[in-house]
Design a protein around this ligand. Sequence first.
Ligand SMILES: O=c1[nH]cnc2c1ncn2[C@@H]1O[C@H](CO)[C@@H](O)[C@H]1O
Ligand SMILES: [Zn+2]
Length: 383
Amino acid sequence: MSTPTPVPVTPETIRDVPKVLLHDHLDGGLRPGTVVELAEASGYRGLPTTDPAALGVWFREAADSGSLERYLETFAHTCGVMQDQDALVRVAAECAQDLAADGVVYAEVRYAPELFTEHGLDLPTIVETVQAGFREGERRAAADGRTVRIGTLLCAMRQNARASEIAELAVRYRDAGVVGFDIAGPEAGFPPTRTLDAFDYLRRENAHFTIHAGEAFGLPSIWEAIQHCGAERLGHGVRIIDDITVDGDGKAHLGPLASYVRDRRIPLEMCPSSNLQTGAATSIGEHPFGLLADLRFRVTVNTDNRLMSGCTVTSELAALVDAFGYGWADLRRFTINAMKSAFIGFDERLAIIDDVIKPAYAPLVGDWRASRPTAPAGRPAPR
Ligand SMILES: O=c1[nH]cnc2c1ncn2[C@@H]1O[C@H](CO)[C@@H](O)[C@H]1O
Ligand SMILES: [Zn+2]
C-alpha cells in the first residue's frame, strides 16, 4: 500500500478542517459593507467613511493603537449601527455564516446587551433577537452545506454597574442558547472583584463564566479572576507569562499562579492579532503563545474582533504556523483544547470531538484508525 502524500499546512488547507472558536465579539466582527448599509438605514452619521473597503482599513488602523482603551473606541461605530432588531438579526446571521465559511464548527460569540439599548430596545428583546439571528445564520450555513453551532456569551462592561442584571439575563436564557457570561471593557482600574456579586450569583446558579484578564493588566488581574471570582477560563490571559522565567539553559520555571493555571487546565482564550494591536504583545513570533503551547498550557486560538484585526480563525492559525512551525497534530491539539473548554455539556463536546474533529484530522496526522470508514476515497473526511 502506498503512503499517502502529506497535506501541507496552508491557509487553504487550514480553512477546510473543523475549527472551534471560544472568543469572538459580535460587535467586533461585522462586515465593513454591513456597517455602511446599516448606518445608512438607521441614519447613523458618525462613520469616518462610507466606502466599505476604506472603512475596513480604517477599523484595522484605528484599532492598531497600542492601547486597549483606544482600541475600544472603535466599537462606538459598530454599536452605533446595532440599535434595532433588524440590524441585530442581520449582524448575528452574517456572523454565523462567516464563521461557517471559515470552517468553524462550534463558536461561542459574545456581546454586551447593555450597548444596544440606545434606541429603546430592552435587554430581553436584545437577547432574543440576537438568538434569532444566530439561528437564521446557522440555517443559511446548513443550506450551503456547512454545519456550525453558535453558543452565546453575555458580557457586562467593566466600567458600568450592570453586571448582576446581565448575569441574571444569562441564567434566564441558559436554555435558549446563552451558554455563559463574561466581563469586557477597559481592564486597568476596573478589577473583576468590582463585580463579585454577579460571579457569586452565577456560581450559585451553576452557570459558566470567563473573564477578560491579563490583557492590559498583569498577574493581579488573572489572580483575582481565578481565585476571587472563580473564572473557568481566561479571556486572553497572556500576561501569565509574567509568572514564568526561562533560565540560561532554556528551562522554564513556573511561579505559583502559572503552575495553578496549568495544573488546573484553565483554558487560555488567546487572540494573537488583537494582542499586537492593544500592545499586549510585540509580534506574533514573540507572542507568549509559543512558550505557553510548548509548556502544555491549555491554549486555544481565537479572533477577538475579526473586523478590527482583519482576521479569521484560519488566518490566526496560519500566522502561528508561520511563526512557530506548527503541524496538523498541533492544530488538532489546539482545536480539541478549545472544544474541551466550551461551555456546552460534556456529552455535546465529546460528540463534536469524536464525530467531527478527530475524523477530519486523522488522515492529516496519519492516524487512520480515527478516520471515518465512510469517508469517500480522495476526499476529506466529512465534517
Ligand atoms: O480585547 C478586548 N478586551 C476588553 N474588552 C473588549 C475586547 N474586545 C472587545 N471588547 C469590548 O467588549 C464589548 C462587547 O463585545 C465590545 O463593545 C468592546 O467594548
Ligand atoms: Zn475580547
